[in-house]
Structures are given as structure tokens and as C-alpha cells.
Ligand binder design. Sequence first.
Ligand SMILES: [Zn+2]
Length: 249
Amino acid sequence: MTHAGTPPTPRSTLVVTAHAGDFVWRAGGAIALAASRGEKVTIACLTFGERGESAKAWRAGKTLEEIKAIRREEAEQAAATLGAQVRFFDAGDYPLVATAELTDRLVAVYRETQPDVVLTHPVEDPYNGDHPAAHRMALQARVLAQAIGYPGPGEIIGAPPVFYFEPHQPEMSGFKPEVLLDITEVWETKRKAMECLAAQQHLWDYYTDLAVRRGVQLKRNAGPNLGLPHKTMAEAYMRPYPQVTKELA
Ligand SMILES: [Zn+2]
């Protein structure tokens, strides 16, 4: 709320991800865009992806603790590049287990950051159970954080809209683009953040190609008169809750 004489609170985005790389591949553009507008972006990163998404480091003979340290540093660099702050829960991946304690820690982050927008994994991912586990805790914590009767520090939150970012295997995960976000102006920032993740170098070009393809779809849906650049880059999202509006647009 804005009071006379006090600057307005910047909008806040909360990103809840299972692993260290997820926020970069799937939502790096949205994060960089929000940060470029001076908004606050907080990433709740539940694990480092140390077991399931660090094959290169395991092949190189690194230990679990070394891999966690590598992934932490990479993710911190990527988050800083995007303009976001990252919090590591170090909950352990493969499997990430949804627990009341972890959900409660997420409730505290919701109440502290008071998000206007929440980004997280979609419901399904038959290839990686950690992603649906993160999804369930992200949505459960959002509901608990709204309840005045749920104990914990901080003020209750409103009803921030939730956006599901794109999984690695969209068709098999029941993912259908409902929102196409134009990330052209921050594309170079997203690419730089991806390049911080040396442990997953094989994905850099894959997610560049995906952004090009989603950009083509964005232009097709935007119509010919918007004057969009030849190479529009985009990210796709789903919305689990209805959009609330006074005007259909
Ligand atoms: Zn992941």
C-alpha cells in the first residue's frame, strides 16, 4: 500500500524451484524482466540439483559436497546476473521429499516477501518427481500463508497469481502454453545466466532454440501490427487459477 511521503513498495516475485538450474532455463526471462523494472525477485531453490542434474560433475569424479558447492556458486552467479536473490533450502534432491517442515519454511518466505506473482513447476513431470514435489509445496505454502490461523511470523499474504513455467518435456507433462512472455529485451541477460551453469552446458543451445520457437508463436498470436523484431524471444507459462479482470483483454 502507498502512503503519502513513502515510496511505493516495489512489486515482488517469488520463484519456487526444485533444483538450481530450473529458474534459469524456465523463468530466467521473466526474472530478468521484473528485475529490469526495479522489482524484487526472490528465488526459493529447494535443492542444488546435486544428484539428479549434475551428471557432468559426477563423471568428473567430484564428491557430493563438492558438487553442491559448485551448483550453489553457479546458481548464485546466475541469479545475480538476472538481478534476483536466491535462497537455498538444501533439502536434498533425487528424491526431493515434500514435508511439512519444508512447506513451513516456504510459508515464511511467502509472508516475508509478500509476492505479487508466483512462478513454479507445473503439476506433472513423469521424468522427474522432484518437480511435482516442489510444485505441491509451492502451492500448499501459498494457501497456508494466506490463512490467518496458520502460525508463523509475518503478515498473511493476498492471492498472488501463479504461473507454471515450462518443463523440459512439455507435451508429456501436460504443458500447454497459455501465456507467451516477450523476453526479447532481456534475452542477452538470460543467455549470460544460462552460461553461468557450466554443469549443464548441454542445455544452453536447447533453451536458446526453445526461446526462438516460443517467440515465433508469440508473434503469430500477437498479430502482424505490433512491429515486433524479427527474432522475438519468448517464454511460455500456464495459469492454474483464473485471471481476474474488469476488461477482457
Ligand atoms: Zn529440475
